[in-house]
Design a protein around this ligand. Structure first.
Ligand code: FES
Length: 202
């Protein structure tokens, strides 16, 4: 398990996801703590390269926290959103390129609407900017940010200043053309997510 930082100073360098890790990220405030309760059952390195699904226990994930997995060499973010963040999503629609996720390349057909998720409070995203593939920073708190005085929480890509909301929906007027990708996934039970496979019957 590795710990990644968020909400730190803007890094103008290009940041790519390079390591095969499982990480939990504290999203709120300056505190970043290891959260030892996260369990994941990842396949072997060879199976991962072949695209094998990965499974994670999210029973201990707290609001504002992000669990980072790797699937097909990409970072997969699993984020627990607060009610305040969910309530703010519809208020952003007019400022977004694709608020209703109509571009079907960016998520499976069973992922719809403003939350872009199977369960409203849990967001699952590929953590790569849709501009040139940097890894955006998470800024999950609803508070003014230097790049947006009306920030309702979301993701900021320091490479060329693209912004996404907490559903991974891209704002208008930024270089990234599309929403962040939602990978195929389903819930094996209430607290276990499988990333890399569609729900049965989907
Ligand atoms: S790579 Fe994210 S804005 Fe360019």
């Amino acid at each position: 398990m590795a710990i990644d930082g968020v909400n730190g100073p803007v890094n103008t360098g290009r940041r790519r996801f390079l390591t095969a890790t499982t990480a939990v990220v504290g999203a709120v405030g300056a505190g970043i703590a290891a959260v030892p309760f996260i369990k994941s059952w990842n396949p072997s390195a060879r199976a991962k390269l072949a695209g094998a699904p990965v499974t994670a226990d999210i029973s201990g994930l707290q609001e504002g926290q992000r669990l980072i997995l790797e699937w097909r060499g990409q970072p997969i973010w699993i984020v627990k959103r607060s009610k305040a963040v969910l309530d703010a999503l519809p208020t952003l629609d007019a400022n977004l390129r694709d608020p209703q996720s109509e571009n079907l390349d960016q998520q499976p057909a069973y992922i719809k609407g403003e939350t872009r998720s199977l369960k409203p409070e849990i967001s699952v995203l590929v953590g790569l900017c849709t501009h040139l593939g940097c890894s955006p920073e998470m800024a999950a708190e609803i508070k003014p940010e230097p790049y947006d005085p009306n920030w309702k929480g979301g993701y900021f890509c320091p490479c060329h200043k693209s912004r996404f909301d907490m559903a991974g929906r891209v704002f208008q007027g930024v270089p990234a053309p599309t929403n962040l990708v939602v990978p195929p996934h389903y819930y094996e039970n209430d607290t276990t997510i499988v990333v890399g496979l569609d729900p049965q019957g989907a």
